[in-house]
Write a protein that binds this ligand. Structure first.
Ligand SMILES: C[S@@+](CC[C@H](N)C(=O)[O-])C[C@H]1O[C@@H](n2cnc3c(N)ncnc32)[C@H](O)[C@@H]1O
Length: 347
């Protein structure tokens, strides 16, 4: 056998379908976690401490058939620990998935479980038609229902803070706030970003701009941090109204909701509202310029297909190009945390 043939056989031995099969069935693992959050597994264990399978099953109201498989699968997935037959949270699930703790990030997972899991089931149809696959498909309107129900709206805003919390701290740490005096977060939801900036920089004032229904939610959140003297809410519609003026404007998870025309309108409005030398910070799961590494950003763009009529995520180079066309004199991209980066445009 030639050397080339031997090398080819060795290569073939190393090529396995493992990664393909793991990815193809990854939704099993994902749904096991989402059901655990829905059932309150982590909150029960945080409350009770370690429990054996029967006690945990009874507290959760589960059938005997698969409860132990469910708990052990969560152990194998690294979401629970098991010692001497008793189950307990890991440090991460205890901190982030116990509903009783302020560090709870399950709001986003609850929404993924209640809505996105089902809607992603018709991704193929979305790809074939280009049409959203959420409530809009059956004549419903997610945002109409959301804004009509204060409790659902508050839950949505909490989910946004859960997504943006770590990123908000990174923006507070990485942007040169000493050079600026005021900030307004456009489409602020609860206001996690201005709150983190104000906590870290005592000289900063400003607040958030969002639809009027958000006002009590923003006010309550800001009051929890004792920042109501420095941060206030401006109600408005970012398509119908001019944007409020500030040294720095922030847009987080806003541009990706919209098609190209609306993206340009929003960038132009931000430019109009800024002073010379002012900055626009756009942050979300900015896709890497090669469009091959930021898996979360690329899948988020598909999530925009599921959720919106024309939204899509984009690379840092895309955003910098649009900023330049809008008239921003400089721009740069800086990584924040996890999949998130900010694109900063200077007027
Ligand atoms: C995806 S959330 C992003 C929230 C927050 N910036 C973050 O990243 O955590 C979009 C926000 O835009 C707001 N919004 C949507 N349409 C708007 C409009 N026409 N005018 C002002 N705000 C709007 C929503 O109320 C919501 O708070």
């Amino acid at each position: 056998m030639s050397e080339v043939e031997t090398a080819a056989i060795e290569d073939a031995k190393q090529v396995t379908p493992d990664a393909i099969m793991q990815l193809g069935t990854a939704f099993w693992a994902s749904k096991a976690l989402l059901s655990a959050v829905e059932l309150g597994v982590f909150s029960e264990l945080a409350d009770a401490g370690a429990l054996d399978a029967d006690a945990l099953r009874e507290r959760l109201g589960l059938h005997t058939r698969s409860a132990t498989d469910f708990f052990d699968a969560l152990v194998a997935l690294g979401m629970l620990e098991r010692t001497d037959g008793r189950y307990a949270n890991t440090p991460e699930t205890d901190l982030f998935l116990d509903r009783a703790k302020p560090s709870y990030v399950g709001g986003m997972l609850e929404m993924a479980n209640a809505r996105l899991y089902e809607f992603w089931g018709s991704l193929t149809e979305g790809l074939q038609t280009g049409v959203p696959q959420n409530e809009a498909k059956s004549g419903g309107d997610f945002f109409e229902a959301l804004y009509a129900d204060p409790e659902r709206l508050a839950q949505f805003a909490r989910a946004m803070s859960a997504i943006s919390g770590g990123t908000a701290q990174a923006i507070a740490a990485k942007f040169p706030w000493r050079e600026h005096g005021s900030v307004i977060d456009i489409g602020c939801a609860e206001g996690a970003v201005p709150v983190q900036i104000a906590l870290a920089h005592e000289h900063i004032t400003g607040g958030g701009f969002d639809l009027p229904q958000i006002e009590p939610i923003f006010d309550a959140y800001v009051a929890r941090f004792g920042l109501e003297k420095r941060l206030s809410f401006s109600a408005g519609d970012f398509f119908a109204d001019p944007l409020p003026e500030a040294d720095v404007l922030v847009m987080g998870h806003i541009l990706h909701d919209w098609g190209m025309d609306e993206k340009r309108v929003l960038l132009q409005k931000a430019h109009d509202a800024l002073p010379d030398g002012g900055a626009l910070i756009v942050y979300e799961a900015i896709i890497d310029d090669e469009r091959r590494n930021n898996v979360f950003g690329l899948l988020m763009s598909l999530n925009m297909l599921i959720e919106t009529p024309a939204g899509f995520d984009y690379t840092g180079a895309d955003c910098r190009g649009w900023m330049q066309e809008t008239g921003f004199r400089e721009s740069y991209v800086e990584h924040l945390v996890g999949p998130d980066s900010m694109v900063v445009g200077i007027k």
